[in-house]
Write a protein that binds this ligand. Structure first.
Ligand SMILES: NC(=O)c1ccc[n+]([C@@H]2O[C@H](COP(=O)([O-])OP(=O)(O)OC[C@H]3O[C@@H](n4cnc5c(N)ncnc54)[C@H](O)[C@@H]3O)[C@@H](O)[C@H]2O)c1
Length: 344
């Protein structure tokens, strides 16, 4: 049986690899030629940037980018690829959206793009790149479908053929809501830890000692407060949730994280001086990722550190601008300056 994985980034490529290992003929499609070229060197998969090369397949798995513009969900890549799938799909086709979306997306796609004529499921990802075996493709996942037939097809594919343990929910909207709820929950936990760390410093207590002591209680699990809530999923997914309905709690958590980053960067500038802070910045960011995706730097929890150290004001449109291509040269410039600063 043939499967096509669309979007071969952090989750798409491991998905394609996993499905291939289960004996399927796997085709991979991505719009980024660099992604395809890099993946070709490592994978024995049929990979292409040309949609017309993809043959008719029984199952499509959508793993493309979802992002935000001005704090609102940008799901355009998901809609775009579903339009492409609709050119090749038949009523027996199974389409699974694994990208993170918001409630209502799958049903809109089914009606507006597929005109009700495919089997559609949503199986959000819980992939954790730092622990790909324990928290990889085949950890327990949630599945929701647009109707009973789609659910049957989804269970046959994921559970029986791929051996992925599933938790079935009664509607696709619940499945869509799951991922953004899970990530917002994590965001809240970390924001609370950040708040506690700032409070502890103000009253002269050691946060780590406090955290370790509290975590000895059976129902407490305070996470570390590191360098701000980074990577691209948590900050995006909490915004997806607040885009649905206002939440004072979630907005406060977003503000706490912002305050914490400023507090931390000022503290580090005081503790180590500008030069050492720049060294830490360079040391903690991953040059390979920056080469692959310059947005990685702008998403880094450490963004703003140098600006703060240099006492510069941020551009008022900075948050908006970081979702646009115009920030790429800026992020490269900051990166280069930081490297020069440490003689790298
Ligand atoms: N990375 C994670 O750990 C993780 C975990 C859970 C959920 N998710 C979700 O999975 C989705 C993908 O995340 P990712 O981390 O793999 O992103 P990524 O940026 O690493 O990869 C996305 C890929 O999609 C491709 N793409 C974008 N638009 C396309 C289009 N129109 N046609 C074909 N390909 C296209 C990009 O070129 C890129 O290679 C997102 O919705 C994300 O929120 C990611």
């Amino acid at each position: 049986m043939r499967v096509c994985v669309i979007g071969l980034g952090q989750i798409g490529l491991p998905v394609a690899r996993y499905v291939h290992a289960k004996g399927f003929e796997v085709w991979g499609y991505d719009i980024n030629p660099n992604t395809i070229e890099t993946a070709r060197k490592r994978e024995k998969l049929r990979l292409t940037i040309s949609w017309k090369d993809i043959p008719k397949v029984e199952t499509y798995i959508v793993c493309v980018t979802t992002s935000q513009v001005n704090g609102n969900p940008d799901l355009s890549a998901v809609f775009e690829v579903c339009k492409k799938i609709s050119e090749k799909a038949s009523p027996s086709t199974l389409v699974s959206i694994e990208s993170t979306i918001i409630p209502g997306t799958s049903r809109k796609i089914l009606e507006d793009i597929f005109k009700g004529k495919v089997n559609l499921v949503h199986v959000p990802h819980r992939y954790w790149a730092d622990e790909p075996v324990k928290h990889g493709v085949n950890q327990i996942r949630v599945i929701g479908a647009t109707d009973a037939q789609s659910l049957k097809r989804g269970l046959e594919f994921y559970q029986e053929a791929l051996g992925i343990p599933l938790h079935t929910v009664s509607s696709i909207e619940i499945a869509e809501m799951c991922k953004i709820t899970e990530n917002s929950h994590r965001y809240l936990q970390i924001a609370f830890a950040e708040e506690l760390k700032m409070m502890s410093a103000r009253i002269g207590l050691d946060f780590e000692e406090l955290r370790n002591a509290c975590n000895t209680k059976w129902n407490v699990d305070l996470p570390e407060a590191k360098e701000g809530i980074g990577r691209h999923c948590l900050p995006k997914d909490i915004k997806y949730l607040t885009s649905l309905t206002p939440s004072a709690l979630l907005e406060s958590a977003i503000n706490v994280d912002k305050e914490y980053r400023e507090w931390l960067s000022k503290k580090q500038c005081n503790d180590y001086g500008i030069k050492a802070s720049a060294r830490r910045l360079v040391g903690h960011s991953n040059p390979e990722n920056i080469h692959r995706d310059p947005h990685t730097f702008t998403r880094s929890p450490r963004e703003g550190l140098l600006d703060n150290c240099n006492g510069k004001k941020r551009h008022p449109n900075h948050r908006h601008a970081r979702n646009t291509k115009s920030t790429i040269p800026q992020s490269r410039r900051i990166w280069n300056n930081a490297q020069r600063e440490v003689g790298g």
